[in-house]
Design a protein around this ligand. Structure first.
Ligand SMILES: CC(C)(COP(=O)(O)OP(=O)(O)OC[C@H]1O[C@@H](n2cnc3c(N)ncnc32)[C@H](O)[C@@H]1OP(=O)(O)O)[C@@H](O)C(=O)NCCC(=O)NCCS
Length: 243
């Protein structure tokens, strides 16, 4: 996909602008691993999308540019600050104690090594959020299905960051040959996340009730799902019999 291409065109209302060449993070094809199989693909070659959040007619101070790019190792501290606050105060994560920086780095590197996208968002000077995909489940028959995660800093919320991150992640996963994306949302009262996923084309597939316990109360897991690319309409040509 060429530089400057807008992701998530159907649901993003802002205008993409051409990123500068330094924004092009990964021009080379990547090796992806799926269930023990290795295959090359050239689709994760871009990740830098710059848009003007919400209303590109507004001046850039009032409404700074939103930029989505691939994460770097140096982003881990900012990623962890967002995640740790959510672990401490929210129910999106069922972790009870935030991981260490080292653990967060290892998680990110493991996902990248396995060929999953891991993106960040910058809103002007603000590190605004991050999103990544990972395996939905680890057994190899699930290899065309990913689970997504999106986290936006509290002070950057409701400005379109989450939706743009998620739409970009969807585009990356489609280009990577994945066929289904699953969101596991904690909890059923988490309207923001449920609405966000609805806006990105997910449908509700079920609620697993009272499977979590955090802050002294039971939590549901809301399952939402979205087909990627050709979804289940075709059989992928990638090696099917791995492992
Ligand atoms: C869920 C979350 C990622 C949304 O990020 P965001 O940047 O605020 O979302 P956006 O501004 O892009 O909003 C996109 C859509 O989500 C919905 N939405 C966002 N916040 C909402 C809220 N507080 N209440 C209801 N709907 C909301 C709206 O439909 C919105 O579209 P609209 O503004 O056109 O109506 C953010 O609240 C967050 O990080 N929460 C904690 C972590 C989490 O729950 N992550 C998701 C689980 S993987």
């Amino acid at each position: 996909m060429p530089a400057g291409t807008k992701y998530g065109a159907s649901s993003w209302t802002a205008t993409a602008v051409q990123p500068d060449s330094s924004a092009l993070i990964s021009p080379e094809p990547r090796t992806l691993r799926r269930g023990g199989a290795l295959w090359r693909c050239d689709i994760l070659g871009i990740v830098a999308v710059t848009v003007t959040a919400n209303d590109n007619a507004m001046d850039s101070k009032a409404n700074p540019a939103l930029r989505i790019r691939e994460s770097r190792a140096s982003d881990v501290g900012a990623i962890l600050r967002i995640y740790a606050e959510e672990v401490r105060t929210g129910t999106a994560s069922f972790e009870l104690v935030a991981p260490s920086r080292e653990e967060m780095s290892v998680r990110r590197e493991s996902l990248l090594a396995a060929g999953f996208p891991y993106l960040v968002a910058e809103l002007g000077d603000l590190f605004a959020g991050y999103a990544y995909a990972g395996p939905y489940r680890t057994r190899p028959a699930y290899r065309f299905t990913v689970e997504n995660s999106v986290y936006v800093a509290k002070r950057a919320r409701k400005r379109g960051v989450g939706l743009q991150l998620l739409n970009t992640l969807i585009s990356e996963c489609e280009a990577g040959g994945f066929r289904q994306m699953v969101a596991i949302i904690g909890d059923s009262r988490h309207t923001a996340s449920i609405q966000l996923h609805s806006r990105a084309g997910f449908r509700l597939v079920g609620t697993i009730q009272n499977v979590g316990m955090k802050f002294g109360g039971w939590l549901d897991s809301v399952l939402m799902q979205r087909a990627l690319g050709e979804g289940a309409n075709t059989i992928p040509t990638e090696p099917l019999h791995d492992g």
